[in-house]
Design a protein around this ligand. Structure first.
Ligand code: G3P
Length: 218
């Protein structure tokens, strides 16, 4: 299972990278705005900074909602750095643009996916990644994990190579449940990765090992 971090915060990205388990980064316009990154030039420079920190794929989202605009923006994003993946919304023009980029060998991440049918369309259009939003479904009393499971079944039925990128992950149990279902990738905040480290018995056990060592070596 690949671990992506879902942020535009360079410190968080560097911390996850330093842990040695990071496979990529996802961003979106809201996450860029949260870091105060505005204006086309600053946004493009920020993507380059992210690519310099991580080794893996970095999803950069288009703002345009029409095919021509998505192609223009996506080509500019892809030209920025070989690690850039063009992130496209699941709307008709987004699917058309996904097919366009996939035919050109440019990686894509189709985002804002909330149903198995949408995920099927993304796979048919050759998406590299499909991003079902787990947490946002949970927010409206709908089983987000079930969506991941349904997409897994559909993709396995036909051998689609599109990777399921479980997005809108909020906490460690989302990560573990997605791993059980067989999601190819998860993307979440730094806390959803570092939270996996925590267990009180680990801390208690380590303290005892160190105390026993100290006693025996006084
Ligand atoms: O990758 C999509 C993600 O950023 C959405 O997360 O927490 O805003 O629902 P959230």
């Amino acid at each position: 299972m690949k671990f992506f971090i879902d942020t535009a915060n360079l410190d968080d990205i560097a911390e996850a990278q330093a842990l040695g388990v990071l496979d990529g980064v996802t961003t979106n316009p809201s996450l860029m705005a949260k870091e105060g990154i505005t204006g086309e030039e600053n946004i493009l420079n920020h993507y380059k900074k992210i690519c310099d920190i991580v080794d893996g794929d970095v999803s950069a989202e288009v703002i345009a909602t029409d095919f021509d605009g998505m192609v223009k923006e996506g080509e500019a994003l892809a030209a920025l750095h070989p690690q850039i993946v063009v992130k496209l919304p699941l709307i008709a023009d987004g699917i058309k643009a996904c097919k366009y980029f996939s035919d050109k060998g440019i990686k894509t991440n189709v985002t804002l996916v909330f149903s198995p049918g949408q995920a099927l369309l993304a796979a048919k259009a050759g998406a590299t990644y499909v991003s079902p939003f787990l947490g946002r479904l949970d927010d409206i009393s709908t089983d987000g994990l079930n969506l991941i499971a349904e997409i897994r079944q559909i993709y396995d039925n036909y051998g689609f190579s599109t990777e399921i990128l479980a997005a809108s992950i909020r906490h460690t149990m989302h990560v573990i449940d997605c791993a059980k279902i067989g999601s190819d990738v998860m993307t979440g905040p730094l806390s959803s990765i570092t939270g996996l480290l925590k267990h009180p018995l680990t801390d208690i056990g380590l303290a005892k090992f160190l105390a026993d060592y100290k006693k025996g070596n006084e």
